[in-house]
Design a binder for this molecule. Structure first.
Ligand SMILES: [Ca+2]
Ligand SMILES: [Ca+2]
Ligand SMILES: [Ca+2]
Length: 275
């Protein structure tokens, strides 16, 4: 008995705690590759083709920034019609105050399409969903974007995500050509995909978003400790420490109890190795 408690104490003293802090946030590279050109989209192709700043938020599942069939907020309208940033930023600031968003993101757009731009952002585990948009410019109210992308599926930071970008109409302007006068729609009608509508019918994607993990992060729920992406003695020790301390991280089956089932889940996940 003395030996067991002594060895447990030694483990706690000698080993770093399960490095939860390193898992609470993750750094991502954001690559926007715009392919939209007169070659890919010849119909009525405009002068000065570009994409506005890529704006949005990391947030919880209690918040929707935008979604197909949803109604555009004023911030989405102002982004889609003018490439404006401030209105959506103000909305996200309200969501931050309400606890449903973590940060407003403003990433590099494309001054002249086609082109590629790199940027970066940090995501936090409590706000794992990503929604970002950018105006197809010039256009009446058209944009590309992604919504509610889970950067941390199953509690593990995603390594790389790639999205093909197709056009959406924000339902806030009735124009059907890239250039022309404003034809406001109030109240807004639902956001729809216009990938198969004039002037996009028969064409492919306008580009891609590529989101790549650049910080060290666990490869699986058994990868408790550095070195990450390696499963070894340090992970076993860190799991034991977390289990003894009844740290939430050791509740691998998520039932708020610390028992054989968590140990079994750890051993199974550990045995499976890094994917
Ligand atoms: Ca429209
Ligand atoms: Ca490890
Ligand atoms: Ca449990």
């Amino acid at each position: 008995m003395l030996g067991r408690s002594l060895s447990t104490s030694l483990l706690i003293l000698c080993l770093p705690a399960a490095d939860a802090a390193a898992q609470d946030s993750a750094e991502y590279r954001f690559e926007f590759a715009a392919e939209w050109s007169v070659e890919t989209h010849p119909t009525m192709f405009p002068n000065n083709p570009h994409f506005s700043r890529v704006i949005g938020a990391t947030h919880t599942d209690q918040l929707s920034i935008w979604a197909p069939n949803g109604i555009a907020t004023f911030g989405i309208e102002d982004m889609a019609e003018r490439g404006a940033v401030a209105a959506l930023q103000a909305e996200v600031d309200d969501h931050i105050a309400a606890g449903t968003a973590d940060q407003f993101l403003s990433l590099r757009g494309i001054p002249t399409s086609p082109d590629i731009r790199d940027d970066a952002f940090v995501a936090n585990a409590d706000f794992p969903l990503l929604s970002i948009v950018t105006m197809i410019a010039p256009s009446p109210d058209w944009f590309v974007g992604i919504h509610d992308v889970d950067l941390r599926p199953g509690g593990i930071w995603a390594r790389e995500l790639v999205f093909d970008l197709y056009p959406y109409d924000s339902g806030t302007d009735a124009g059907v050509n890239f250039v022309g006068p404003n034809i406001d729609i109030t109240p807004h009608i639902p956001i729809i995909s216009i990938a198969d509508q004039f002037p996009f019918e028969g064409t492919g994607r306008l580009g891609t978003f590529r989101i790549t993990l650049t910080s060290e992060a666990a490869c699986s729920l058994a990868d408790f400790a550095e070195p990450y992406e390696t499963l070894d003695f340090f992970d076993v020790s860190a799991f034991i420490n977390a289990f003894v301390a009844q740290d939430e991280a050791a509740d691998l089956n998520g039932d708020s109890m610390f028992d054989f089932f968590d140990v079994s889940a750890f051993l199974n996940t550990f045995s499976a190795g890094c994917p």
